[in-house]
Ligand binder design. Structure first.
Ligand SMILES: *Cc1c(COP(=O)(O)O)cnc(C)c1O
Length: 486
């Protein structure tokens, strides 16, 4: 099975080539040329481990990898670094089940994909006889950077460079980044917000002179962003696993269609649910939940994507995004794989900051429903769920829960719980009417107030030495990068 670009102007490539390239040369995103056929025998899948199901999915989507290569990457990614033997776990019953995706090393769902991406990339590089060192360059609002460093840290033939904004990361996230001990990790704060950091990093990725200098040092840029197909495919696995577990628990019967609610930023996680549905997961509704940066809510309600609005730094910072890159992949499929149409949308987005769907394409979005939560509603939701259900959720999960409660879909719903409350202790404590402490005391306070255990992954976080202290202005970014890696 090959991959083609959403914009139709790039040659088709194999899975390993798509993983190495990240973005296609025509500026589009790689998508499967056709949907692979999987034998989703739910009665058998109920008794399979997470790794078993991952093996099936990867065999299908990454079909130029050998059986032993797939086994190797899975064994590297889904081992002892997880607090949970089966990577994810389910919480709740009756109509609403949370799928907890945050039991990995950095306590957010991005670990599921970023624990495996480095091994997919280095294996793909070997297959393609590519000997250059891979330099992963990332701008992060907090979760991508920590998860990328945890995944790429000390992986041979890679360097990982993370730029994060001074404003808008939680103190746990900042501490996770500043104490990263991997010898190939470079971490730099940028004055300003996430948008400023992202713009600065984008300027590097398109700097031809810099790219040439890298080549002379046998290095090349790559991206750990969710535009990489190697990040998207691993996320399909947990939707299949969760569905099989719901059957096993008797919540649903094989074949029942479920709703999937996803707190959304770059549209990667919800797109993975859509991919799962295309290969046989029965889904009734996809519920796309946004925070105050509600550009997707407006898009699904009106058919017009308009990024021309103020960027807001919210208490669910991993969803503070105005251009959701992976939406382009959905447009490709709902337009009937019409790359010309996708090209037109993306050209108007670049030139005018907006585009409007044709009515035919729009009519194929009827399974997507939407809503958003304000920052106050996030706090209220955390408090209410704690009181009524004795369950502590993080601010991103709270966005999903709020929208779920607004829409009240019928039938069984899976809600993606994307981060641990311990990644955002101050916001959760504020929601619980506490005056939050910071640092180690904040973790302890959250544990005392909620009668839950501090996850082992962060138990000694504030005792680790600070290794990365520098803060730069965005204009200094290219000089700083050269100092770090050349
Ligand atoms: C990245 C992130 C999201 C958004 O996921 P997308 O795939 O970008 O839509 C939501 N919640 C948390 C905690 C995240 O880290």
């Amino acid at each position: 099975m090959n991959y083609v670009s959403t914009r139709g102007q790039a040659p088709r490539v194999t899975a390993s080539q798509a993983i190495l390239a990240g973005i296609a040369p025509d500026g589009g995103l790689y998508v499967p040329e056709s949907w692979p056929t999987l034998d989703l025998d739910w009665s058998a899948l109920q008794n399979q481990t997470y790794s078993d199901i991952a093996t099936q999915v990867f065999d299908a989507f990454f079909d130029d990898f050998s059986v032993s290569e797939i086994d190797y990457v899975i064994q590297k990614a889904y081992g002892k670094q997880w607090a949970n033997e089966n990577v994810v776990s389910l919480h709740g019953e009756n109509n609403l089940t949370y799928i907890e995706l945050f039991h990995g090393p950095t306590l957010a769902f991005k670990d599921v994909a970023l624990q495996i991406l480095p091994h997919l990339m280095t294996t793909a590089a070997k297959k393609q006889s590519q000997n250059e060192k891979i330099v992963i360059l990332t701008a992060t609002s907090g979760d991508t950077g920590t998860a990328a460093m945890s995944g790429f840290g000390n992986v041979d033939q890679t360097e990982i460079v993370v730029f994060y904004p001074e404003v808008g990361v939680s103190d746990v996230q900042r501490q996770q980044m500043q104490t990263e001990a991997a010898t190939n990790a470079h971490v730099i704060a940028i004055t300003g917000n996430f948008d400023d950091a992202q713009k600065a990093v984008k300027s590097l990725l398109s700097d031809e002179k810099l790219i040439k200098e890298l080549q002379q040092h046998h290095q090349r840029f790559s991206s750990a962003n969710s535009i990489n197909i190697g990040r998207l495919v691993p996320q399909i696995v947990y939707y299949l696993y969760a569905y099989a577990q719901l059957i096993k628990k008797g919540t649903i019967q094989s074949g029942d269609a479920i709703n999937i609610t996803v707190p959304t930023g770059n549209f990667g996680n919800v797109l993975a649910a859509y991919y799962a549905s295309q290969i046989g997961l029965p889904v009734k509704e996809f519920i796309v939940a946004s925070n105050e940066n509600n550009v997707l809510t407006d898009f699904f309600e009106t058919g017009t994507y308009d990024r021309d609005r103020a960027f807001k730094v919210t208490n669910a910072p991993a969803m503070d995004i105005l251009v959701s890159s992976n939406l382009e992949r959905l447009l490709y499929f709902v337009s009937g794989r019409n790359s010309e149409e996708v090209n037109q949308y993306m050209t108007s987005l670049a030139n005018d900051g907006k585009y409007t769907l044709t009515s035919a394409t729009r009519s194929n979005l009827d399974k997507f429903t939407v809503g958003f939560a304000t920052q106050t509603q996030v706090l209220e939701t955390i408090r209410r769920v704690a009181q009524e259900e004795n369950y502590i959720i993080d601010p991103h999960t709270a966005v999903g829960r709020y929208v779920y409660d607004q829409l009240k879909p019928t039938g069984t719903t899976l809600l993606a719980a994307t981060a641990s409350p311990y990644k955002f202790p101050q916001t959760v404590l504020e929601a619980l009417n506490q005056v939050p402490d910071t640092g180690k005391a904040g973790l302890k306070q959250l544990s005392d107030v909620t009668q839950t255990d501090i996850p082992a992954q962060v138990a000694d976080l504030f005792a680790r030495p600070i290794l990365h202290k520098s803060t730069i202005d965005p204009e200094q970014i290219s000089r700083t990068l050269r100092q770090e890696i050349l």
